[in-house]
Design a protein around this ligand. Structure first.
Ligand code: ITT
Length: 202
């Protein structure tokens, strides 16, 4: 059957479509159905993913998949975390989105630098996928990718914070990896592996 991808983030939609491609799923985006974006009032990735997936499933009458994700920095007690998107979109909403992202990444870097040169730069990306049915039932799958925050930003692929995230075991940022390479090691890939094992038995 059809699956609604309940995201309005173009970068996520691209990655989710690529991750689902091998399973022959008939994906439709929430944007193409004109579904509204529910307010993300949750305090956790799980709460927000469930809010988005249930809203899309109820509005469309179809099974819906949502992704709530973000970057957490150890030395900042896990911030920005669930507020990752807000740090870019609320504080610098005016102006071009490329600049907004540069400013948001710089804000995180600035906070780290303010803690001193010996501050650990460990961070991680989280991705929570929620799959919801029109009757309100849902399942969640969590993924994580560990890394370090680098500055200045490097690379042009991917989206969001990819240019400042160096995954463990590599010396390039997510934005310097080909989409297929990021797809193999990302937080989204980790969450998808669990979803696919559970839903498709592979
Ligand atoms: P939807 O809610 O419509 O899906 P959103 O962009 O608002 O889109 P979130 O609320 O989940 O999504 O915010 C996630 C933030 O974390 C967002 O600003 C992303 O740029 C960032 N993020 C998530 N996954 C990422 C990845 O793989 N690479 C870089 N940044 C990522």
């Amino acid at each position: 059957g059809k699956l609604v991808i309940a995201t309005h983030n173009a970068g996520k939609l691209k990655e989710i479509s690529a991750l689902l491609a091998p399973y022959g799923t008939d994906c439709i985006s929430a944007g193409s159905l004109g579904l509204p974006e529910p307010p993300e009032t949750g305090k956790t990735f799980v709460e927000n993913a469930v809010i988005k997936a249930r809203a899309a499933a109820e509005a469309s009458g179809l099974v819906a998949l949502a992704d709530d994700s973000g970057l957490s920095v150890s030395a900042l007690d896990g911030r920005p975390g669930v507020y990752t998107a807000d740090w870019a979109e609320r504080q610098w909403f005016e102006g071009d989105p490329g600049r907004d992202w540069y400013m948001a990444m710089g804000k995180v870097e600035g906070m780290l630098q303010a803690l001193g040169p010996d501050t650990p730069r460990d961070c991680w990306f989280c991705c929570v996928l929620a799959l919801a049915w029109p009757d309100g039932e849902y399942l969640v799958y969590e993924g994580r990718a560990n890394g370090t925050l680098t500055w200045p930003p490097r690379g042009t692929m991917g989206f969001g914070y990819d240019p400042v995230f160096v995954p463990v075991g590599r010396d390039v940022t997510f934005a310097e990896l080909e989409p297929d390479e990021k797809k193999a090691i990302s937080h989204r890939a980790d969450a998808f592996a669990k979803l696919v094992a559970d839903q498709f038995g592979v």
